[in-house]
Design a protein around this ligand. Structure first.
Ligand SMILES: Cc1cc2nc3c(=O)[nH]c(=O)nc-3n(C[C@H](O)[C@H](O)[C@H](O)COP(=O)(O)OP(=O)(O)OC[C@H]3O[C@@H](n4cnc5c(N)ncnc54)[C@H](O)[C@@H]3O)c2cc1C
Length: 383
């Protein structure tokens, strides 16, 4: 069993960490306070190969592995957790489009996404269908050479700034088999956007997308009309491990900063690091975060090898955000009154990480998947 990165993975990790420290870290609070994220900054990130990681070379992408996606997620999150959302959404769109789009759609959207010119959102959740996504009610009805889309997608990352959205819509009968995926450009007058007042992840302009009879060319269908739900679940299968690593990166950075602080801050005549009540807490959190990290990379390496990884992805997605939230919370307390101040990054990191404790599936749903994969579908409450 090999737990080491290759030389090129290590170099990639180092370049990501340098960029996160030199460029992302100082600006992290600005986007939380409402500054709009400039497109030229996205193009700069694209220059690192991030937004084209899962795009084929012929469309301007890097064709990177899933482990490389995990490395980028972990390292970038040390500087700015929310920048990893560009990585996540472009990995998902890169895989879905390169696997299922027509050539015309690939040519129009993949190079533009890889170069940071265009953002593609992922629209599965609805006001009445989140965990039970197969209950969605948005429709895409075939009419000649087009589909007509009606419905509302809720809690969509990048709703405020995306140029297109992969919309999962009912195209046939009931349940998962009746759901197809369609790439819907968002410049149609029938699209309206409603932004949320999010507790965190504010850079991403999360919100609702409402489709009021939006006409989309039939060539924008992604795969077969009955295959959309399967595409969504295949994306979750690895993105859950990527999310775990985003959380691990934010937690590890917080713990590293807290180790340094604990060496400097004195109480009762000695550095607080010498109080075992402090150092043992840090030891515990470091251990749990390291365990979550290994689980997530194991999932991604299974994915790269084409082996089953649904259970590992759910385990990583349950454990990663949970131990990270607990670690960052401890870092706030260990910094005393200063930890609770917005001049330090901990409370922002905590709010941000909690967002993806919910996004891509809640802890309860992760446990339901782990149980289903363990006991078998015949023992699952959900089919
Ligand atoms: C920051 C953020 C970003 C997001 N980005 C996107 C995005 O880009 N695209 C997108 O499509 N969606 C996105 N989402 C939506 C997200 O995927 C859903 O919020 C999530 O799947 C949960 O659905 P829900 O919010 O409707 O909760 P519900 O399904 O209504 O669940 C409510 C509560 O009940 C619990 N629960 C539900 N069913 C069960 C059960 N069977 N057993 C035990 N407990 C259960 C849940 O765990 C949860 O605590 C995002 C969400 C967040 C917070």
């Amino acid at each position: 069993m090999d737990f080491e990165f290759t030389d090129s993975e290590r170099q990639f990790a180092e370049s990501m960490r340098r960029y996160a420290q030199d460029r992302l870290r100082a600006e992290y609070p600005s986007w939380d306070r409402g500054a709009p994220y400039p497109r030229e900054r996205l193009r700069e990130i694209a220059g690192l190969g991030i937004t084209g990681l899962r795009v084929p070379a012929e469309y301007g992408g890097a064709e990177g592995s899933y482990v490389m996606g995990g490395i980028a997620a972990e390292e970038l999150a040390r500087g700015d957790y929310n920048v990893t959302l560009f990585l996540q959404l472009t990995m998902i769109a890169g895989d879905i489009l390169s696997g299922h789009a027509t050539d015309a759609v690939k040519r129009r959207w993949l190079p533009a996404m890889a170069s940071g010119e265009r953002i593609i959102a992922f629209g599965l959740t609805e006001p009445g269908a989140g965990s039970d996504a197969a209950a969605l009610t948005t429709t895409a009805t075939r009419d000649g050479d087009s589909y007509v889309v009606r419905g509302e997608k809720a809690s969509i990352t990048f709703a405020g700034m995306a140029d297109a959205c992969i919309v999962f819509a009912r195209m046939g009968g009931k349940g998962a088999r009746g759901i197809g995926a369609l790439l819907v450009p968002l410049d149609d007058p029938g699209v309206s956007r409603h932004l949320y007042r999010s507790a965190g992840e504010r850079l991403t302009q999360r919100g609702s997308l409402v489709f009021d009879g939006v006409r989309v060319p039939a060539e924008n269908l992604l795969g077969a009309e009955s295959q959309g739900f399967i595409q969504a679940m295949a994306s979750f299968d690895y993105n859950r491990a990527i999310i775990a690593l985003c959380c691990v990166g934010a937690a590890q950075q917080s713990l590293d900063e807290t180790v340094e602080y604990a060496k400097q801050r004195h109480t009762f005549g000695k550095p607080i690091a010498k109080h075992e009540g402090v150092s043992f807490q840090i030891a515990e959190h470091l251990t749990l975060v390291a365990a979550a990290r290994l689980l997530a990379y194991r999932c991604l390496s299974l994915r790269d090898r084409g082996e089953p990884h649904t259970k590992e992805a759910a385990m990583a997605k349950w454990l990663g955000p949970k131990v990270s939230v607990e670690a960052i919370h401890a870092c706030i307390i260990l910094h005393g009154w200063m930890g609770y101040d917005q001049d330090l990054p901990f409370e922002q990191r905590l709010r941000d990480v909690i967002g993806l404790e919910i996004g891509d599936g809640t802890p309860e749903i992760m446990k339901a998947i782990i149980a289903r994969e363990t006991f078998g579908r015949e023992f699952s409450a959900y089919k």
